[in-house]
Design a protein around this ligand. Structure first.
Ligand SMILES: NC(=O)c1ccc[n+]([C@@H]2O[C@H](COP(=O)([O-])OP(=O)(O)OC[C@H]3O[C@@H](n4cnc5c(N)ncnc54)[C@H](OP(=O)(O)O)[C@@H]3O)[C@@H](O)[C@H]2O)c1
Length: 161
């Protein structure tokens, strides 16, 4: 079961450089509650950005798959169980356990065809940045849950075809 989880603004913006363009605490708490202790996959840009925030503390996940096409990149992480993935397509095509795809933009685009569930936080408003989520074919998905707050509309979509 492959879950994509992300936050985006009304223009499908997800990032600015290696950062998230907004700071919305309730969304961070939501994201953390969903992904805590879980097996995740993320691109190397997102991984190194998170390491910058957490510094000498472990990232709050279970196993972390880090995707890159740089076969020379080997991450020696003493705090987390990190496994390198050099071909995300073949990895996702044969993956059967629960997996949370945590970004960034490149990895979301590559993983979208494999997604069983989409956990989308629609951040209200418009922000500046340069990384966008790709177009989503919502005819393949059904909305199964939503919760609206002042800052964010939280949704879950399930693949139906
Ligand atoms: N809003 C959200 O919910 C959210 C969540 C997470 C991240 N973000 C944002 O997303 C942005 C980062 O996104 P990004 O696109 O720059 O980086 P990224 O998705 O974190 O990482 C991209 C990496 O994927 C690798 N890659 C490309 N094709 C691949 C393949 N076929 N197999 C394996 N790996 C492959 C690339 O490797 P090479 O470097 O070798 O080309 C690249 O390093 C940041 O701004 C971050 O804040 C937003």
């Amino acid at each position: 079961m492959i879950n994509l989880i992300w936050a985006m603004d009304k223009n499908q913006l997800v990032g600015k450089g290696d950062r998230i363009p907004w700071h919305i605490k309730e969304d961070l708490l939501y994201y953390k509650a969903k992904t805590k202790g879980k097996t995740v996959i993320m691109g190397d840009t997102t991984y190194f950005s998170l390491k910058g925030y957490y510094k000498d503390k472990p990232l709050p996940y279970g196993k972390i798959y880090v995707a890159t096409i740089d076969k020379g990149l080997i991450i020696d992480d003493k705090l987390n169980d990190v496994v390198m993935i050099y071909d995300i397509n073949s990895f996702l095509a044969s993956y059967t356990d629960e997996l949370w795809v945590c970004g960034g933009a490149t990895i979301y685009k590559l993983a979208l065809p494999y997604a069983d569930y989409l956990y989308i936080s629609y951040v209200k408003g418009e922000y500046e940045g340069d990384r966008y989520f790709p177009q989503i074919d919502f005819s393949k998905y059904e909305l199964i849950w939503e919760n609206d707050t002042d800052q964010v509309r939280y949704t879950t979509f399930k693949r139906v075809r």
